[in-house]
Design a protein around this ligand. Structure first.
Ligand code: PLP
Length: 405
């Protein structure tokens, strides 16, 4: 009998953050090892609890959340998102332009499936959050990577974007604040991207899930605010700013040139109706989250836990000989460079696996974010300073051993 194979559609589809390295970590856990996980941006296990009022509200509403709701999601939640758009200065968003989903992840798949044909091209940043790459590959379109420049605090290289636009380019993905680099993009740069989208008729996919996790003087500008005449899909949710990743609650807002996108929107409506609706209990969290006290600010301001952890981890990394790290202005990740003239690394996955085996600490290799050299790692700075300090100390020692092997 013939082997049962996976569909050819899955060729090139992989969510590398949960790939072979994470499987190796699970196997080690089954063998009884305790693994210190710095690989996933999952705030709750590190003691970042969601605001209590949100939890209480969801509990209170549980019995009302037993049935399906409209495919796009609970009206009150979408209304709260619409009001937030008004506060942010995003014009012309109606209730029907808002889709709730099981996290931003589901909506990324929905939007890319609804737009892209075989052979189309979608511009993605390099490095990128790998879900965008996987979702694009699943549609049969080609991801085309534009360069983000580490020397320029990881900002996208506009000339590289221009050079990569072809007649087949359908859209551009902008992740701001960025995962994995933590860069927060200035308004002028976003305006340049919008202008390119305007001229070349591109759909903008603005992944803004870290929009409220900002440090120092970083200012977040919503892409949709600048793109009133360009079709823009903005993605956000409860997973990070409200520490509710397990609720699987995210949203997508369609704005700008909607009158030219009726077909695409119909495609999204079809896909949205095919999953009936998102997780209803979590939708009851949205209104309270957006309207309540924004406790994330207490974590990112001076003296806040996230800010202290970022500062310590970034400083410790920069103190390791042959390592440099651009200080993130947003999000919860560090993406340090391991200078290959000092550290002998040919295969960053091998490096991360060996670090896991020897030190029981789990990181993610830069190539998982489609970075094109084996010289970066992603480190989540959610653990408390003592734990971060221990892990980064180990990394420094391990780097010397690994290079001397
Ligand atoms: N987009 C980015 C840039 C992310 O980092 C993540 C999760 O880490 C997601 C989307 C997915 O988030 P959600 O939990 O809403 O599916």
């Amino acid at each position: 009998m013939k082997d049962i194979l996976k569909s050819e559609k899955l060729h090139g589809v992989c969510y590398e953050i949960r790939g072979p390295v994470m499987e190796a970590a699970y196997r080690m856990e089954e063998e009884g090892h305790r693994i210190f996980k710095l690989n996933i941006g999952n705030p709750a296990p590190f003691g970042f609890n969601a605001p209590d009022e949100i939890i209480q509200d969801v509990i209170h509403n549980l019995s009302r959340a037993q049935g399906y709701v409209e495919s796009k999601g609970l009206f009150a939640a979408r209304k709260a998102i619409m009001q937030e758009c008004q506060t942010l200065g995003i014009e012309g968003v109606d209730i029907d332009d808002i889709y709730l989903g099981n996290g931003v992840s589901e909506l990324i798949s929905m939007a890319t499936q609804a737009l892209l044909n075989n052979g189309d091209e979608l511009l993605l940043p390099m490095p990128n959050y790998p879900l965008w790459m996987a979702a694009t590959n699943l549609t049969g379109a080609h991801p085309v990577l534009y360069h983000c420049d580490e020397q320029a605090d990881w900002l996208p290289d506009i000339d590289d974007i221009k050079a990569k636009i072809t007649p087949r380019t359908r859209g551009i993905v902008v992740i701001n604040p960025n995962n994995p680099t933590g860069a927060v993009y200035p308004r002028a740069l976003l305006e340049e991207i919008v202008e390119l989208a305007r001229v070349h008729d591109l759909v903008i996919f603005a992944d803004e899930i870290y929009s409220k996790i900002l440090y120092d003087d970083a200012e977040f500008t919503p892409m949709a605010k600048l793109a009133e005449d360009v079709l823009c899909l903005s993605f956000n949710g409860l997973s990070k700013s409200y520490r509710l990743a397990g609720f699987r609650s995210g949203w997508m807002i369609v704005s700008g040139a909607k009158h030219r996108a009726r077909g695409f929107v119909e495609g999204m409506d079809i896909l949205s109706s095919m999953r009936l609706c998102g997780n209803v209990p979590a939708m009851f969290a949205v209104q309270t989250a957006l309207g309540g006290y924004q406790s994330i600010r207490d974590l990112v301001l001076p003296g806040g836990r996230l800010r202290e952890q970022r500062d310590l981890a970034c400083q410790m990394l920069n103190d390791i000989p042959g390592v440099s790290c651009v200080k993130p202005s947003g999000a919860i990740y560090l993406f340090p460079k391991l200078h290959l003239d000092r550290h002998r690394i040919d295969d960053d996955e091998h490096f991360v696996l060996e670090f896991l085996r020897q030190e029981k600490i789990l990181l993610v290799q830069g190539s998982a974010f489609h970075w094109d050299a084996p010289d970066h790692l992603r480190i989540v700075f959610l653990p408390r300073v003592d734990d971060l300090s221990h892990a980064i100390g180990r990394l420094g020692e391990f780097l010397e051993r690994y290079s001397a092997r």
